[in-house]
Design a protein around this ligand. Structure first.
Ligand SMILES: Cc1cc2nc3c(=O)[nH]c(=O)nc-3n(C[C@H](O)[C@H](O)[C@H](O)COP(=O)(O)OP(=O)(O)OC[C@H]3O[C@@H](n4cnc5c(N)ncnc54)[C@H](O)[C@@H]3O)c2cc1C
Length: 455
């Protein structure tokens, strides 16, 4: 491993001893591996040299962005090198003619959003954790709140520069809008969680920043009524940007965590919407339509969020839900996605499992696209009891989601922690093809081994 210092030429960026534990885990810190080296790369050439060295010496490599994933995907499960790309953090170009930005993989989502918005442009993918890197977002096909209207990260990737396991540099895609030229290698790389190649550059699509954005809060007596309303909102031709649902009990935790007070405290659940567009009149018309839909769906009220302080309160509490749950108890995050017309049935089933097992589950998430986030709460259970009960609960809810035509993960990825549920649901033929692709791109199985589709 000492040769890595010669390859990089800067000993301060190659750590071979006392590697900080943060770099050997994910953002939850429960699953851990033991790396033999941690390298902070700064250029594609350095990545190329390291992959060549790793390939010649059969050393596993775990690529890493900001390490905000929740599924163990940055755990160096087989040891080897952790390749930290967070230092490759330059925005190389913002091109208003082709409406694209060219970035290094370590650029933070919040930085890209800020820089393009200064020019009146907009990068729509908006997962909750803004300090994640664009490389990490692409590698997990990150989603977020605005997916209802704008789609997910995949829809914004035009081109990638990728270093393959043997050190070859591959370019896929271009700045063009269209591409019917052969198999889409770009789309294979997106969402591959560092198992197929190391992304060293990306060209992403931008749009014009919407001129007006308005938030609306719909309180409901309970979650069931709120979730049933979502389909009518989606069908109502009001083109929402985000449609989020939250149960009151999660809001209470968020209030306790932030010291803020959520509006309309007497509801059992809330739907939070945003509408954006070019002019206020158009949005007003859509708000009036929404008012009719809300009445028909038994909303207790409809609050158009105009006061900046209320807007900030609503989104601050919505943004800190996972942290406010974690402040109380260990939890297992779940981001199952079901067809949107099955969300209510799925959440009703979750409540049934809560009653049956006594394990409390808090639900919130992206109601507009069927992506249900659950925090499965440990409480004060012993290690043994928690292991036993959580396995039962997980098995039940993943089985149910698959039965309803859903998927193991809508946006967080599979990593290590959801692998068993993914492998159980995936068809043999799909797994065989995934493994053949892995074999073709990484024949020695060096890139992020033991993740996603591997036993
Ligand atoms: C509070 C909180 C809220 C969150 N909310 C959301 C949400 O709303 N939606 C959502 O989608 N996610 C969410 N996440 C999860 C997380 O932020 C995303 O998965 C994010 O995309 C990970 O980016 P990262 O830079 O932290 O990547 P990392 O965690 O460092 O890595 C994630 C995966 O990508 C691979 N990888 C990273 N960079 C590269 C690269 N350059 N080349 C190849 N592989 C690479 C890694 O090997 C790993 O498999 C949330 C996380 C937290 C903590």
């Amino acid at each position: 491993m000492k040769e890595l210092i010669d390859l990089i030429g800067d000993p301060s960026r190659v750590i071979l001893e006392n590697i900080d534990e943060t770099y050997q885990t994910d953002s939850l810190g429960r699953l851990r591996g033991i790396a033999e080296a941690l390298v902070f790369v700064q250029t594609t050439e350095e990545v190329r040299k390291i992959m060549k060295f790793a390939s010649e010496n059969h050393i596993p490599v775990t690529p890493r962005g900001a390490g905000t994933n929740l599924v163990g995907s940055t755990v160096p499960q087989e040891g080897g090198i952790v390749l930290d790309l967070s230092g490759m953090n330059r925005i190389l170009e913002i091109d208003p003619d082709t409406m694209t930005a060219t970035v290094e993989p370590g650029v933070l989502l919040c930085d890209l959003q800020t820089e393009v918005e200064k020019l009146g442009l907009f990068y729509p993918p908006d997962p909750g954790e803004k300090t994640a890197t664009i490389g990490g977002n692409i590698s997990t096909n990150a989603g977020g709140m605005r997916a209802v209207k704008y789609g997910v990260t995949r829809d914004y990737v035009r081109a990638l520069e990728v270093v393959l396991a043997g050190g070859e540099v591959m370019n896929v895609g271009t700045k063009t809008v269209k591409d019917s030229s052969g198999l889409s290698l770009k789309n294979l790389l997106i969402g591959s969680e560092g198992t197929l190649g190391v992304i060293t550059k990306a060209v992403v699509k931008l749009i014009v920043k919407p001129a007006v954005s308005v938030g609306v809060l719909l309180p409901f007596k309970d979650l069931k009524t709120g979730i049933h309303a979502v389909l009518n909102v989606i069908r109502g031709n009001i083109d929402p940007t985000a449609v989020e649902f939250v149960e009151k009990k999660v809001i209470s935790l968020g209030e306790e965590y932030t010291g803020l007070s959520f509006p309309h405290p007497n509801a059992g659940a809330y739907i939070i919407l945003t509408l954006d567009g070019e002019d206020r009149e158009g949005i007003e018309r859509r708000i009036e339509k929404l008012r009719e839909i809300a009445k028909g769906c038994h909303a207790l009220d409809m609050l158009v969020l105009t006061d900046p302080k209320t807007i900030e309160t609503v989104w601050t509490i919505r943004g800190c839900l996972v942290k406010s749950v974690e402040a109380k108890s260990e939890q297992i995050p779940v981001d199952i996605v079901v067809p949107i017309n099955k969300s209510a049935e799925f959440i009703e089933y979750v409540h049934e499992v809560e009653r049956e097992t006594g394990v409390s589950m808090i639900s919130f998430g992206h109601a507009g696209d069927g992506n249900v986030h659950l925090c499965v709460i440990r409480g004060d259970r012993s290690e043994e009891e928690w292991k036993r009960l959580s396995e039962i609960v997980m098995e039940k809810i993943y089985d149910k989601s698959h039965e309803l035509g859903g998927l193991t993960s809508g946006e967080h990825g599979i990593g290590l922690s959801k692998k068993s549920y993914f492998l159980k649901a995936a068809s043999k033929v799909n797994l065989q093809i995934m493994r053949s692709i892995k074999q073709a791109l990484d024949p020695e199985n060096l890139l992020n081994p033991k993740k996603v589709f591997e036993e």
